[in-house]
Design a protein around this ligand. Structure first.
Ligand code: S3P
Length: 169
């Protein structure tokens, strides 16, 4: 049996935190938690509605509140965070204090492919942007966020990061 852990996945939108998190949790027999989904469930609002009605500041506040709650829960979970979660309110320090952090470093070209128009609708940071603007936005986000992501205990790189890659680490 594997020792229960708190595993927290971080990385840019489209880096595969939720997809990998689900697979990993299944393989380890851990609970999977998606921070955005948790916020939506608890507030009864879509993330895009919170951004539109209450602004990004309120979203960041809620994000930190629910991150804290999850981190204080029992071991044996995989948490997929939002792309900005580790970059506000000292959240990265908190994550590293209480869990094993994992950075999914996926090439920007691959992320761009994944962020189909459908998914963009659910991601307020990218809504209304054309392809050229999305790649610019991704580059800017990476430039400002990489310093947080790189504080992760484990870093996995590639277009196709698998649960096995993480388990072997
Ligand atoms: C955000 C990423 C989103 C979501 C919110 C803000 C960000 O999550 O938390 O729209 O600041 O990068 P994903 O990384 O799952 O897209």
């Amino acid at each position: 049996m594997r020792t229960p852990l708190k595993i927290v996945l971080v990385g840019l939108p489209g880096s595969g935190k939720s997809s990998l998190g689900k697979l990993l949790a299944k393989q380890l027999n851990f609970v999977f938690i998606d921070l955005d989904h948790l916020i939506e469930q608890e507030t009864g609002k879509k993330i895009s509605e919170i951004f539109a009605e209450q602004g990004e500041g309120k979203f960041r506040e809620l994000e930190s509140i629910y991150l804290n709650k999850v981190l204080d829960g029992v071991e044996g979970f995989v948490l997929s965070t939002g792309g900005g979660t580790p970059c506000f309110n000292d959240n990265m320090d908190l994550i590293n204090e209480k869990a094993v952090s994992v950075y999914l470093e996926v090439p920007l070209e691959e992320i761009l492919k994944r962020l189909s128009n459908d998914q963009i609708g659910k991601r307020p940071l990218f809504s209304g942007l054309g392809q050229g603007e999305i790649i610019l936005k991704l580059k800017n986000l990476l430039a400002s966020r990489e310093m947080y992501y790189l504080q992760s205990k484990i870093k996995l790189q590639g277009e196709d990061i698998s649960p096995e890659m993480l388990i072997s680490e």
